[in-house]
Design a protein around this ligand. Sequence first.
Ligand code: FAD
Length: 403
Amino acid sequence: MTNSTRQFDVVILGAGASGLMCAAQSGYRGRSVLVLDHAPKAAAKVRISGGGKCNFTNINASPNHYICANPHFVKSALARYKPQDFIDLVDRHGLEYEARELGKLFCLHRAGDLIQILRTECDWAGVELELGVQVQQVSALSDQKGYLVLTSGGVVQCQSLVVATGALSFPKLKATDLGYKLAKQFGLIINETRPGLVPLVFDNKWLTFCQQLSGVALDVRVSVLSGDDKNKAPSFEEAILFTHQGLSGPGILQVSNYWQSGQGIEINLLPKLDVFDEMIALKEQNLHFHKWLNRFWPKKFTQAWLAHFPMPERLAEVSHETLKNYALFLTHWALYPADTAGYDKAEVTLGGVNVDSIHSKDCQVKHQPGLYFIGEVLDVTGQLGGYNFQWAWSSGFAAAQTV
Ligand SMILES: Cc1cc2nc3c(=O)[nH]c(=O)nc-3n(C[C@H](O)[C@H](O)[C@H](O)COP(=O)(O)OP(=O)(O)OC[C@H]3O[C@@H](n4cnc5c(N)ncnc54)[C@H](O)[C@@H]3O)c2cc1C
């Protein structure tokens, strides 16, 4: 330690969603807090999230909306800081927001309004924020006297060190693996990581099929084909979007969290109908099949679908057996993605710091007092819909109570 070593109660690495929340709440507890980030601006992901409007929480958030090797881990933090707590916070700042489908809340104007709120909270709580700083080395002082952080701006000593450096998605927004490196340094296990909430890409004939429909969206129900009925992944009734690489849209992003390389996905193209019954009725009335499909699908999709999977225009001559099989096909269309679009396009990272060594109450490392991991760096991933930010707020708040 040198004379120029600065002292803080709490140093937080990462000025993203969880780091800023933790910083403000720790500051309000009377702790001196320094937040360090290598990016030139704080909370870059908040700014671009939700199409620039940030889906900042979901009023229905519950542990069921998260994927973690230990599904109980998220319960404590989510119970201590609920969506309503964050809504109360933004209400105090007069943020204008809108409720969208399935409990999602978005900023009405721009995500930057939310960043301003987080920064104001940090100012009010007396937090110091240093951006554009490289974190070079972290070490634990002997006798549990805290931590030393060597940075491009000098040396900082603290009692509590909070790692809030996020995960691997969107490297162009300065995402790095620093959190995982620090976790390993302190003997923690990293569960295998992979891109989540990410488009799926296809090759061969399905790539051509998707490309010709690029820009077309469909309301479907989609799930991962698991073959294991007991551990069935959830299905999502949301839109899918055809792209030049394959499939995207909310329904696909949702299933990507559960998809593993080699698996198929299953799409119900007419989720609101009893398709076989409807086809029998069509047969009896001898109506045009493609016109019926056009009632539910964009014309372009009907055309492409029938070109690939022909069916006589009038169903009168088609056997019940054939109709049954075709109805099954329409509701259980199986596709095999070649891959995901990778971390460049992924909203989140699945896997991360194994939570068995982390106290669920405050996200502190069990065998390393004073060291905390919060937010996405942990092996906690939310579904699409504001759940990931809620985890950032809840885990940041939980750590702030004991740092
Ligand atoms: C395009 C996109 C859209 C999204 N939309 C939504 C949405 O609408 N709703 C939702 O709930 N979730 C959304 N997410 C997910 C959400 O942004 C993250 O889950 C959330 O930001 C995680 O918070 P965090 O604090 O753990 O990490 P981040 O918010 O990623 O913050 C990590 C911080 O650590 C800093 N850092 C990283 N490495 C270093 C280093 N080596 N040295 C110093 N600092 C470092 C980074 O610069 C960053 O500021 C979206 C993500 C993306 C990419």
